[in-house]
Design a protein around this ligand. Sequence first.
Ligand SMILES: *Cc1c(COP(=O)(O)O)cnc(C)c1O
Length: 220
Amino acid sequence: MSIQTNLEHIKSSLPQNVTLVAVSKTKPVSDLMEAYEAGQRIFGENKIQEMAEKWEVMPKDIQWHMIGHVQTNKVKFMAQFVSLIHGVDSLKLLKEINKQALKNNRVIDCLLQIHIADEETKFGLDEEELNTILNSPELNEMKNIRIVGLMGMATFTDKQNQIKKEFTNLKSIFEKLQPLNTKNCQLNTLSMGMSGDYQLAIECGSTMVRIGSSIFGGRK
Ligand SMILES: *Cc1c(COP(=O)(O)O)cnc(C)c1O
């Protein structure tokens, strides 16, 4: 099936309040352009350099989401254009994003990544670390970032029950934070769900799904 057909199929199954991030990592610009021509404007990449290269050559009305793990020393390469950073997992990284956003005279939106999976390898904060960041006096001083929600990845497993439990857990952490509404924290986005589990994620309250292979085909 074509990229356009895949996109149309997925979009027709998404509720109105759910945003689709087309995950285009490893795919050539020609594939991204096919999605663009079909109306897609939000793309997700997991490597800063690859995202910057695509940003340079593609139409400027695209919103670029960084969905991968971010190294502090690379923030400067995307600060000029990135529209949402999904994988923020430390105060140190937030500080650097704030600093680079200021240099570019921008406010950069961020999601805090929560560790919900069984695997040790997936990045993210636990609830205590999350609260430490949100309650930190330094956060108040950061005028060039805005925390707009949470992101999480479920365990890579076929066990639907387990995935559901992990998504439900993330949703409940998100709900608990809801009264939070300060100048630079307005939590309205819950980024969870990929090709294999996005329907389940939506049932569990996701408002943003990150879908790659179901749109662009498998990656090597
Ligand atoms: C690659 C990736 C996705 C998309 O995965 P698919 O299974 O291809 O849909 C979503 N989120 C993150 C963080 C990723 O790295």
